[in-house]
Write a protein that binds this ligand. Sequence first.
Ligand SMILES: *Cc1c(COP(=O)(O)O)cnc(C)c1O
Length: 388
Amino acid sequence: MNQHKPDTIAVRTGIESDSQHHAVVPPIYLSTNYGFPAFGEVPTYDYTRSGNPNRSLLEEALSELEAGAGATITNCGTAAINLWITAFLGPNDLIIAPHDCYGGTYRLLNTRAQKGDFKVKFIDQSNDLQVQEALSQQPKLLLIETPSNPLIRVVDIKKVCNQAKQHGTLVAVDNTFLTPVYQQPLTLGADFVIHSTTKYINGHSDVIGGVLISGTQAHAEKVAWWGNCIGATGTPFDSYLTLRGLRTLSVRMRQHEESATRLLQYLNEQELVGTIYHPSLPDHPGHEIAQQQQRGFGSMLSFEVNATFEQLKVFVSSLKLFSLAESLGGVESLICHPATMTHRAMGEAALAEAGISQLLLRVSVGLEAAEDLIADLEQAFTIAKESC
Ligand SMILES: *Cc1c(COP(=O)(O)O)cnc(C)c1O
């Protein structure tokens, strides 16, 4: 079973596993509780917070796709990060996180550290000196997010993990942007992988979910115990839908990326487009590391508009096939203005320090026909040009 390719694992996990009616697609078990077969005999599942067949199937599939030893499905990606830090950090322990991590992750780590639950330090992980300095403080945990949001910065997973090992630091990689189809952090030396399955893994923008995958059996058991203890686990229906989405992950990722490549070519030729951020571009800072550690470049891209802020507003408002919305990784194309949307809580000074300009736009390339997406960009650029 374990020798199968990712596409096969995603499609086949749980298929024909129903012993009751031989349903080809695994049925959904909504029951919150399960009978004990006899007095004193504990069943595999007794109560859904601690375990459920639909959650187990999704855990099995995601763990296998990430080359892990076990996984715990959580009610959202943030809950997966919270589960990880709750299970492994004490009040005197330090966690190192990227200064440009997901906004919700920043808020979670910062708020809990201020409460005294643990210590946190945010650093630029592409800066070797900062990584070395942080590791010399013997942190318990280190979180990597690569590629990062919204500037698509790439962190060298293998290098950072090697350095972390020398200090006994456990590393988790938030692999939400690439999924196991394009990047498998456990094979590069990480100890854990975290996903917001809300994004590409479910892929249809209709389920909030997360997962924490462990590289060892001992860690997987500890995480599962804590998941039940603090009540972080996901629901059966969400697990069912997410496994349904996962079935097509590989084909979606390939098509997302093919369309992203075509959009990049188009954007590269536009006079209203300034710097483009995507690891496939040879002059992108993380291009070479991305080529080594990723199997694909992914379909999240950002670019600066080479025009006035007013023209940017006209451009965005004129788009018909890109929804102005946060989140990412769904079948539908999205456009986001980080400074007033996903990253608005940062404030002007922090935005400037992180290199997030007021003229930056982020795109999650969806699965509409690339020709249609390009035609839509074209008409919006034309209106924006005429508006000045
Ligand atoms: C969305 C996201 C999260 C948080 O996940 P939720 O499911 O929204 O709780 C964490 N990390 C990254 C990279 C994300 O994009």
